[in-house]
Write a protein that binds this ligand. Structure first.
Ligand code: HSE
Length: 441
């Protein structure tokens, strides 16, 4: 049976997960693929770095170049993370004409176009199934399974850390800071949590999905990003009373333009922000560290993909899938069969957040006195922004009381301006809280 030799850079959590999964299922994969995959070389930071599964010392080296440049290495797996050394490693392999499998979403987000060009120039391919939503094969879904569809909506819960925190806040009525501190103690959240909780990890992933869906490479600087630090127990509870759950969503929506804008090419909203989603929607029940991606195609309709978005085993599953594709492409000399990214929308553009339209949940802290509601309603009315419901819960003592407004569809820029005016009213005692509402229509 033909054999393909694989070299891996990275022997930590994910790397050892890949090694373990390969040991467990390489026989099965050989019978499915009709070729043997041999993972014989692993470049590590240190032989004794902590890893959940063992890697035999005879496979390990601390010299990544020795793995990439070894003439017997035919496929390179990059699992080191970061964007600087990882970029050098990936480019080195691609320049040697070796296919690369990566799980590195930050690298793709920052340098995707350069890496794709290097793969083309090297006559090889770059595979990145593991970069988005871990074990969920969403890259294959968008590029192959749904190739006959236009994508009107993608909604992704693509960060397990945020979903874990928001789930516990909802189920236990806990505050964000307390859940984060415990998640860090348990090792579910990083000691430096900003990449996850400020939405940047979701930004990298949703940028990749948006690019594949809309045919132009989305610059991460064009993605509007809000994280979950400002979500409070109080808002989670009011959302529940109203029939909603708060989730951090990555959102890609096709925006229908008018006139010149429509003729010029595809326009899409690409954003990451916490949103109220109806408890009747399936995404509201994606709990804990799980990820889910909801895709609406113009032919297929609504679809949902659910699974573990991170961790050694789920990520290993995606890496092995890419290794199998790379091996088959080598065998059949078909490295360009599914290229990493084909731009097909020259004039595509990301719509600035201010121009996009949303519904909103707004919580104000106001003095409970006659005329307050009239002044707030007057500001919204003048901005042509409609209120769909109002709650002022009873039993709140003290100088100010919460006032919850649910707002009809309105452009984000108009809403921001109106809220700034409301915030300046002397009867408003704290900065307004505004969370968008997604109804999936
Ligand atoms: N830290 C990410 C998460 C996984 O919490 O989902 C890696 O992207």
């Amino acid at each position: 049976m033909e054999q393909v030799n694989i070299g891996m850079i990275g022997g930590g959590t994910v790397g050892s997960g890949v090694y373990h999964a390969w040991q467990r299922n390489s026989g099965l994969m050989a019978s499915r693929l009709g070729m043997r995959l041999h993972l014989g070389k692993v470049a590590v930071k240190a032989f004794d770095e902590p890893r959940p599964y063992e890697i035999p010392a005879s496979c390990m080296t601390t010299d990544w170049k020795a793995v990439v440049q070894d003439p017997t290495t035919q496929i390179v797996i990059e699992l080191v993370g970061g964007v600087t050394l990882a970029r050098t490693m990936v480019l080195t392999a691609l320049k040697l004409g070796k296919p690369v499998v990566t799980a590195n979403k930050a690298l793709l987000s920052a340098h995707g176009e350069e890496l794709f060009a290097a793969a083309r120039a090297g006559g090889t391919n770059l595979y990145y199934e593991a970069s988005v939503a871990g074990g969920i094969p969403i890259i294959k879904v968008l590029r192959e399974g749904f190739v006959g569809n236009r994508f009107t909506h993608i909604y992704g819960i693509v960060n397990g850390t945020c979903n874990y925190i928001l789930t516990r806040m909802k189920l236990e009525g806990a505050e964000f800071a307390d859940v984060l501190a415990e998640a860090q103690r348990l090792g579910y959240a990083e000691a430096e949590p900003s990449l996850d909780i400020d939405g940047f990890d979701s930004e990298h992933k949703i940028g990749i999905l948006a690019s594949l869906a809309h045919g132009f490479w989305v610059n991460p600087r064009q993605i509007y990003v809000e994280g979950i630090r400002q979500i409070s127990r109080q808002d989670m509870q009011f959302a529940q009373q109203l029939g909603y759950t708060i989730k951090l969503l990555g959102i890609v929506k096709k925006v229908e333009g008018a006139g010149r804008k429509a003729r010029n090419g595809s326009r899409a909203q690409v954003s990451v922000y916490p949103a109220l989603i109806p408890n009747t929607h399936v995404l509201s029940n994606v709990n804990g560290v799980f990820n889910a991606v909801f895709v609406r195609g113009d032919v297929v309709g609504d679809t949902l993909f659910y699974g573990r978005g991170a961790g050694k085993d789920a990520t290993a599953s995606a890496v092995l899938s890419d290794v199998a594709d790379a091996a088959l492409d080598l065998k059949h000399r078909s490295h360009g069969r599914v290229p990493p990214f084909v731009p097909h929308e020259r004039a595509g553009a990301v719509v600035p957040i201010g121009e996009t339209v949303s519904r909103y949940y707004v919580r104000l802290s106001v003095i409970d006195r006659p005329g307050v509601m009239a002044r707030i309603a007057a500001i919204l009315g003048a901005a042509r922004i409609g209120i769909s419901s109002i709650i002022q819960p009873e039993g709140h003592a003290g100088e100010s009381v919460p006032l919850i407004l649910m707002i009809h569809d309105a452009p984000n820029a108009a809403m921001a301006k109106a809220l700034a005016r409301i915030a300046r009213l002397p009867v408003v005692k704290a900065p307004p809280v505004m969370i968008r509402v997604e109804n999936f229509d």
